[in-house]
Design a protein around this ligand. Structure first.
Ligand SMILES: C[S@@+](CC[C@H](N)C(=O)[O-])C[C@H]1O[C@@H](n2cnc3c(N)ncnc32)[C@H](O)[C@@H]1O
Length: 264
């Protein structure tokens, strides 16, 4: 069983910069020369890391507007953690935000769609998948990692702050907010992180299972050409009924997709 959900700051930077891009190439094969769209890019540490794999360009897409010096701030953060970002990052990285509906890109603009730990927060999954289908070249590939799925031990994303597994399946938002307020009282200085960012991320969880997501992928015109289940040893003694065994067991997934080509 993984104990800590959110690693400490230096490990967070290093895993997003090195491990996530390395795992992507290990799973998908080479992405050299690709124009990449990172759906739900967050801070963009991983976008910098993807440049190490000789991609042509990475465009991060997320919901929040950012200041024009965002890339420089991330580059500085990497340097503070002993990492030298690619010298040409200003030419090869871009950030765009949108309203969660229509991507600000033309049809077939990207070779490779990348998304890491974002889809469990996406409000309108079918709509976003159909936009991915539109902006991906017909022979393009999409790599989607989702972790953790909602019904699993860590599915609340809150296990570092509230030691009650599966609370997302049994407790009200008010109960969760009260427990987080108790955590903040005991950890002064964590207020903005916990009651701002962490609680907001909790409220954004869409409750999807791997099966539900798979069904939406197929409906959006994708085929899954490779998949890997992420799991670990599980204590299911506190799993509330009627949660399905498979939903509790599949903690996360990595998937490589292509557009389904309709038979002639
Ligand atoms: C848990 S964060 C992951 C960020 C980043 N991928 C990482 O690994 O650190 C989830 C991100 O998905 C973004 N997100 C949620 N819904 C989205 C949508 N419809 N389109 C694009 N991004 C979305 C959130 O704003 C947030 O930045």
């Amino acid at each position: 069983m993984c104990d800590t959900f959110i690693p400490e700051a230096a490990a967070w930077v290093s895993s997003h910069y090195y491990d996530v891009p390395n795992e992507t190439v290990e799973f998908c094969g080479s992405i050299a020369g690709a124009t990449v769209l990172n759906l739900g890019c967050g801070e963009m540490l991983t976008d910098f890391g993807l440049l190490r794999h000789d991609v042509k360009k990475v465009t991060g897409l997320d919901l929040d507007n950012r200041t024009s010096d965002h890339l420089e701030l991330v580059a500085k953060k990497l340097q503070q953690n002993g990492i030298l970002p690619a010298a040409d990052y200003q030419d090869r990285l871009a950030y765009r935000f949108y309203d969660g509906q229509k991507f600000p890109f033309g049809d077939g603009e990207f070779d490779f769609l990348f998304s890491w730990s974002a889809f469990e927060h996406v409000h309108n999954v079918p709509r976003v998948l159909s936009e991915i289908h539109r902006v991906l070249r017909d022979d393009g590939r999409a790599f989607i990692q989702v972790y953790p799925w909602y019904h699993t031990f860590q599915g609340s994303h809150l296990s570092d702050f509230i030691r009650e597994p599966y609370l997302q399946l049994t407790r009200s938002h008010e109960w969760v907010r009260e427990r987080l307020e108790e955590y903040v009282s005991a950890h002064p200085g964590s207020k903005d992180l916990i009651l701002g960012h962490i609680y907001r991320e909790y409220l954004s969880l869409n409750g999807y299972s791997a099966d539900h997501f798979y069904s939406d992928l197929v409906d959006a015109g994708f085929q899954v050409t490779k998949a890997r289940v992420i799991s670990y040893d599980l204590d299911l003694s506190e799993l509330p009924p009627p949660t399905k065994f498979s939903e509790a067991m599949i903690c996360g997934t990595k998937m490589l997709l292509q557009k389904r080509i309709a038979p002639a």
